[in-house]
Design a protein around this ligand. Structure first.
Ligand SMILES: [Zn+2]
Length: 113
């Protein structure tokens, strides 16, 4: 399962961070998930509950913040949100765009005690 390995990686990072701060427990893990990262949120939560068992993140809640798909125009450098209906520059209508965010998934921050 795709989501399981994602959660494993995220949790490793979170636990490592908590260790740096000598935390007793993690109370919240906030992650940013790109709308186009292709991740099933329910599966993500399910995997999270499984993997946090017997760790200091056992009682932590998982907050998922969706991040929009952002593109940058190669012609005019405009940065804009890409929707399914408009895969082109919102300023000059160019189709030459680079995806700059929205396909990724990472920890935004964690709360510890
Ligand atoms: Zn443009």
């Amino acid at each position: 399962m795709h989501e399981a390995s994602i959660v494993q990686n995220l949790l490793e990072v979170a636990l490592e961070k908590a260790k740096d701060y000598k935390a007793n427990k993690i109370t919240l893990i906030r992650i940013k998930v790109g709308e186009f990262a292709g991740v099933n949120q329910e599966a993500l939560k399910f995997a999270f509950e499984n993997f946090t068992k017997q760790t200091i993140a056992e009682k932590a809640s998982l907050q998922i913040i969706p991040s929009p798909l952002l593109g940058k125009c190669q012609e005019c450098d405009e940065v804009f949100e890409i929707t399914k209906n408009s895969f082109k520059c919102s300023k000059c209508n160019s189709l030459k765009i680079d995806i700059i965010s929205g396909q990724d998934l990472y920890i935004q921050d964690i709360e510890i005690e």
